[in-house]
Design a protein around this ligand. Structure first.
Ligand SMILES: Cc1cc2nc3c(=O)[nH]c(=O)nc-3n(C[C@H](O)[C@H](O)[C@H](O)COP(=O)(O)OP(=O)(O)OC[C@H]3O[C@@H](n4cnc5c(N)ncnc54)[C@H](O)[C@@H]3O)c2cc1C
Length: 383
């Protein structure tokens, strides 16, 4: 660790975390403001949760599972595309329910896979009559119709999909977050419904390396923030967890962690789409398929509690007491004027990649220009 910028006359900015969010703020400060940036990561690689690598047979594998970029925000889409080419890719995800592969999120076509034809037709007729086409109708909203068939559908979604899946992801959480507790009133079988969707041709790690390629940026891997506490910086952008920044003075925030266990390139394995979820019966929660010219690699997805020093913080548990603890740290952080928290950990929100970029661009905009300027002005400046 040389950290040449620490010895320069100009005080550098420090960015903690070389994930996507850290890369965006570092890139903007370095290339638009022409200031020095030291970006550090405790990992030996850049990319954080969206990092990827080529396996022995040349297939690009996402360390933490398939990542598809999705946004309806054109400036964000233009911004990210300026660092590497994207392949258009519409993510399709299925779940095993009662032994059948069913589209996720559930939609009108799922009804015919799960239920006998007469019931499916009845449900389809009622849903199309009562709710707007292309809307996502939650189980709670289904119940407002006061119809016994739709009550049955709401119970079915909760019992067969949402509750068992939540049990796998958040078994110890006080307040349960129920994933997929809605039905889409359309035949749209894409997992995401945003306008722009794709995956970078050369992967996210390569994309982030491109973002950090600037004479104003110095990258230091295997470097924890602890080593930097006594140093002097113009500003600090912290994309790690806020409790870590303050040495856990109020206690530790809870997160879930995720691990992908490679199960090989078994050609016999009949999985056509990129992700199949397993809400019930198995100890893993999904199987991911990474496809390359050299074949396909499969991996099982396992969720567990985050353990300090052990696994990665993947999903912030934003329920009751834990969120109060986050707020306590956030309040304390206000006494440090040039310290900013951002990103999935820093803002303690389960952000998508597009959302972390939006947040970083907005923060940059507020720092560099006036508070009321939109991010359009900022991304016009990008390479
Ligand atoms: C299983 C899974 C699937 C996902 N799929 C999608 C998807 O398909 N599409 C999508 O848009 N989003 C997806 N996401 C969300 C996406 O991964 C995140 O939005 C994005 O990667 C967050 O970037 P970040 O930079 O904010 O955080 P992170 O990627 O967590 O980066 C933070 C970095 O900070 C470093 N750091 C932390 N503390 C310190 C410290 N003290 N010192 C030094 N370094 C430190 C960490 O090592 C890490 O590299 C998924 C997330 C998960 C968990």
């Amino acid at each position: 660790m040389k950290n040449i910028f620490l010895n320069s006359r100009e005080k550098p900015n420090l960015v903690v975390g070389a994930g996507l969010c850290g890369a965006v703020i570092a890139e903007r400060i370095a290339n638009v403001l022409n200031e020095k940036v030291l970006i550090i990561d405790k990992n030996s690689y850049v990319g954080g949760l969206c990092c990827d690598y080529k396996n022995r047979s040349g297939v690009l594998v996402n360390k933490f599972g398939i990542h598809v970029f999705h946004t309806s925000n054109k400036p964000v889409w233009n911004y990210i595309n300026s660092f590497g080419e994207f392949n258009t890719f519409f993510h399709k995800v299925f779940a095993y329910i009662d032994g059948e592969l069913v589209n996720l999120p559930l939609n009108i076509s799922s009804l015919r896979v799960i239920f006998p034809e007469s019931l499916a037709k009845r449900l389809e007729y009622k849903l199309l009559n009562l709710f707007s086409y292309n809307s996502d109708v939650s189980v709670n909203f289904l119940r407002t119709a006061g119809d016994s068939d739709l009550d049955f559908l709401a119970d079915f979604i909760l019992d067969k999909l949402s509750k068992p899946y939540a049990e796998k992801l958040f078994p110890n959480a006080l307040q349960k977050d129920f994933p997929y507790d809605f039905i889409r009133i359309s035949m749209d079988c894409r997992y995401y419904s945003e306008k722009f969707q794709g995956v970078p041709k050369l992967g996210y790690t390569s994309l982030i390396e491109n973002m950090l390629r600037s004479p104003n940026i110095e990258l230091s891997l295997n470097t924890d923030y602890n080593y930097m506490i006594s140093k002097n910086f113009k500003r600090i952008f912290f994309t790690g967890s806020i409790d870590d920044c303050f040495n856990y003075k109020y206690g530790m925030l809870k997160y879930k962690s995720v691990e992908m266990k490679i199960i090989g390139n078994a050609e016999f394995f009949a999985q056509d789409c990129s992700v199949v979820k397993y809400p019930e019966d198995f100890d893993f929660s999904a199987i991911h398929k990474f496809k390359g010219n050299a074949g396909s690699i499969f991996a099982k997805e396992y969720w567990s509690d985050y353990v300090y020093g052990g696994n990665a913080r993947a999903y912030p548990l934003c329920d009751g007491e834990n969120f109060k603890l986050y707020k306590q740290y956030k309040k304390y952080s206000k006494i440090f004027p040039d310290l900013y928290f951002l990103g999935r950990q820093g803002s303690f929100k389960p952000y998508s990649m597009s959302e972390v970029i939006e947040e970083a661009l907005r923060l940059f905009d507020n720092l560099a220009f006036s508070a009321d300027k939109s991010i359009d002005g900022v991304v016009d400046n990008c390479r």
